[in-house]
Design a protein around this ligand. Structure first.
Ligand code: UDP
Ligand code: MN
Length: 295
C-alpha cells in the first residue's frame, strides 16, 4: 500500500517526517497510498521532533468543548492529563469552550502553558453541540488563534491522556484512525451514504477517521471546520442530519482533501476494543461514557 520502497524516505509533508522509519513496523500500514505517514510507536524518535519544533518556535492551540454536564464530568481530568502528556516541552494554549465560564476554575499549568475560556451557547440537542463546534473553532481561529499558534488540535473532552501525545503528531493536516475500524475492511466503515446529506460519500473511502481528534496548521483546520460547518448548515436547510453528525462531514472532507499525516489509534484508544498486538502504547484513552446521565 505504501508507494515507497524500503530505504526510501518520505519527501512529502513536513521535512522532519523524512526522519521516520517506515520500515520499523511491518505489522501495520505506516504510509498511505498518497504518501502520508501513519504514525505508529517505533517509527519515530521523539527527541528529533521536539528539538526541531523547539527550534522553529512551534506552539499549539488545543481546543476542547465542555458544555453542560460535560464540564464537571470530564474537563479537569482531561486538562490535568494533558499537562503531563500533550506536547511536552512546547508552548500550549488550551481554548476551553463552555457555556459556564465561571465553572472552569483554576487549573495548574506548566511553564509556557496558558488557558483561555471561550463562551458558547448551550444547545438543547447533544448532536447540535457536537456539530456547532465546527463553527466555533473556525471563529476562534479567525479571531485569536491564527495570530498566535501555527498549529491547532481539536479534541473531544471525554478522554484522558495516558502517554506521550507529542510534536510528532504535528503536521499540515492531521486525521486519526478510529479505534473501532482501523483493522476492519472498508465495507464496515460507517460513512454517510444518504444522497440527501452533504456528508454523503460517493467513493469507497480511504480510512474511517475519528472526529474526537483532528488538527493541523491553523489554515488547514480553518478550512476543514468551515467546510464541515457549511455541510451542517446545508443539511439543516434540507431537513437531514448526517449519520454521525460532524464525524460524517469530517470523513467526507478528508476523502476530498487527503490529510498530510495520519495518527494511529494509539492516539485515541478505546480499551473495550480489547487486546490488539499492534497497539504497543496508548497515548489518549476514551473515558467512561455515561450517556444515560450526560445526554
Ligand atoms: N460536548 C459537550 N457537551 C454536550 C455534548 C458534547 O461539551 O452536551 C462536546 C464534548 O467535548 C464531547 C464532544 O462534544 O466530547 C462530542 O460529544 P460526545 O463525546 O458525546 O460524542 P461521542 O464521542 O460519543 O461521539
Ligand atoms: Mn467523545
Amino acid at each position: 500500500k505504501c508507494p515507497l520502497h524500503p530505504g526510501q524516505t518520505l519527501r512529502k509533508g513536513d521535512p522532519i517526517d523524512a526522519s521516520l522509519n517506515l520500515w520499523s513496523r511491518r505489522d501495520v500500514q505506516t504510509c498511505t497510498n498518497w504518501g502520508a505517514p501513519v504514525m505508529w510507536e517505533g517509527m519515530f524518535d521523539p527527541e528529533v521532533y521536539d528539538l526541531e519544533h523547539r527550534k522553529r518556535g512551534s506552539s499549539v492551540a488545543l481546543t476542547v468543548f465542555a458544555v453542560g454536564k460535560y464540564l464537571d464530568a470530564y474537563l479537569s481530568e482531561f486538562l490535568r492529563s494533558a499537562e503531563r502528556h500533550f506536547m511536552p516541552g512546547l508552548p500550549v494554549t488550551y481554548y476551553v469552550f463552555t457555556d459556564m465560564p465561571e465553572r472552569v476554575g483554576e487549573v495548574e499549568l506548566g511553564v509556557g502553558r496558558t488557558l483561555e475560556v471561550v463562551q458558547v451557547q448551550r444547545l438543547q440537542r447533544w448532536q447540535d453541540v457536537s456539530m456547532m463546534r465546527m463553527r466555533a473553532i473556525a471563529d476562534a481561529i479567525d479571531s485569536r488563534i491564527r495570530h498566535r499558534h501555527p498549529y491547532v488540535f481539536c479534541l473531544d473532552v471525554d478522554q484522558v491522556f495516558a502517554g506521550r501525545f507529542g510534536s510528532e503528531a504535528l503536521g499540515e493536516s492531521v486525521a486519526l484512525l478510529h479505534a473501532f475500524y482501523y483493522h476492519r475492511p472498508r465495507a464496515f466503515y460507517t460513512y454517510d451514504r444518504n444522497p440527501a446529506s452533504a456528508a454523503r460519500m460517493e467513493g469507497r473511502g480511504d480510512f474511517y477517521y475519528h472526529a474526537a481528534v483532528f488538527g493541523g496548521s491553523w489554515q488547514s483546520v480553518w478550512n476543514l471546520t468551515e467546510a464541515c460547518y457549511r455541510g451542517v448548515v446545508e443539511d439543516k436547510r434540507n431537513g437531514v442530519e448526517a449519520l454521525w453528525q460532524d464525524e460524517s462531514h469530517l470523513n467526507k472532507y478528508f476523502w476530498l482533501h487527503k490529510p498530510s499525516k495520519v495518527l494511529s489509534p494509539e492516539y485515541c484508544w478505546a480499551r473495550h476494543v480489547g487486546y490488539r498486538g499492534d497497539i504497543r502504547v496508548t497515548r489518549l484513552l476514551w473515558a467512561e461514557k455515561h450517556y444515560d446521565t450526560l445526554r
